[in-house]
Design a protein around this ligand. Structure first.
Ligand code: EPU
Length: 338
């Protein structure tokens, strides 16, 4: 396969399964290939889109630039007492990394089982699920600076992690390509089982002393039951973020909507369950042409087969407008729109 390809269909490279073309396309497996690609004029001149598993993207039109898929493989680990440092190439499939850690008995990633995407993309939006976020286990990452070709190390504090957010989505957007990520795990399990759905499953299964493999299995099964499998139904997970509102707005809403699901952030702010807001507006399981919301989780938009990105986008606008007129709350998209 040549390093640089032209006019490639992106359908296999985005989990929404949107059929658009990229003017240029490259998939790299090594740092040497990345350095070589860096010498092509198109690398500096064209609009660049770096992708991993393509699981957080919605293409609304052909991409008139260079899509660069990072497929750098490899997982290694070092042991210092009970501290384990696991390092993964940016192209490692996230769930393969979770399975590697769970199989070796390394604790910390089990709640993040079955999240789609790659290790390299995980810090960008600080992936999270079931009470754990990437920032809880992130040690550092290496990244290639697009302007200079130099490799820079980012420590935890450099990354400015927040809910589904980091410096790589803000000040440094489009400036670095993450090439590997290191995680701080432990051989001593300190399980996070506070999430209601996990608690309920432990009770149901009569597990009183769970291990990391139990948690990984439970989280995987909950995800399978709630979320559509992108290999059969195109989707990009949660399409919107859970909105954060002030104490005042929360209390006003709670009077009108006592059933509303929310979580206190402990700082006077409240995170509202966007899935609940959307379901309340009657959108859960709604089919709109080739798109719609998932029947078991209203926060997930799906492609029923031949949806265009524009169709999904305009359906998402309809949801945003309805949620806004019903609750006065602005839903923000979590998925990157291109
Ligand atoms: N809910 C509804 N209707 C729905 C969906 C949810 O009423 O259609 C309510 C339920 O009461 C439920 C609550 O919302 O108890 C929370 O739902 P869920 O546990 O499914 O979590 P979420 O807040 O909808 C977030 C993440 C997910 C992650 C889950 C589990 C965001 C945007 N999404 O969803 O992440 O898997 O928590 O921790 O924060 C993703 O980012 O792609 C993703 C799937």
């Amino acid at each position: 396969m040549p390093l640089l390809q032209e006019n490639i269909s992106l359908k296999p490279y985005n989990t929404f399964g949107i059929d658009v073309k990229s003017r240029y396309f490259s998939e790299i497996f090594t740092l040497e290939q990345l350095a070589e690609l860096g010498r092509y004029p198109v690398f500096k001149e064209a609009r660049l889109l770096v992708i991993g598993g393509g699981s957080n993207l919605l293409f609304t039109e052909d991409f008139e630039g260079l899509v660069l898929k990072i497929s750098i493989p490899g997982i290694t680990h070092t042991v210092t007492g009970e501290n384990i440092m696991v390092t993964a190439g940016a192209g490692v499939v996230w769930n393969d990394l979770v399975n590697y850690s769970v199989t070796h008995g390394f604790a910390g990633m089990e709640n993040l089982s079955l999240i789609p995407g790659t290790a390299g993309a995980s810090p960008i939006q600080n992936i999270g699920a079931y009470g754990v976020e990437l920032k809880d286990i992130f040690e550092s990452c290496l990244a290639y600076e697009i302007a200079t070709g130099e490799i820079r190390k980012f420590e935890h504090a450099d990354c400015h992690f927040a809910y589904r957010d980091s410096i790589f989505k803000n000040e440094l957007k489009g400036k670095y390509i993450i090439t590997s990520v290191s995680f701080k795990l432990s051989s001593k399990a300190d399980l996070n089982i506070q999430y209601g759905a996990i608690q309920a499953e432990l009770i149901k299964r009569n597990i009183t002393e769970p291990g990391i493999a139990d948690i990984s299995k439970i989280v995987s099964e909950i995800r399978v039951s709630k979320l559509p499998d992108p290999s059969t139904i195109g989707n990009a997970g949660s399409f919107f973020k859970n909105p954060v509102v002030s104490d005042e707005q929360y209390h006003t809403l709670k009077i009108d909507f006592p059933e509303m699901v929310s979580f206190s952030l402990g700082n006077g702010q409240f995170k509202l369950a966007a899935g609940w807001l959307i379901e309340y507006c009657g959108f859960k399981g709604r089919i709109s042409g080739e798109t719609g919301t998932w029947k078991n989780q209203a926060l997930v938009l799906v492609n029923h087969g031949h949806a265009t990105g524009k169709e999904v986008y305009s359906f998402s606008e309809q949801i945003i407008d309805t949620v806004h007129s019903t609750f006065g709350v602005n839903l923000e998209r979590e998925v990157n729109i291109l």
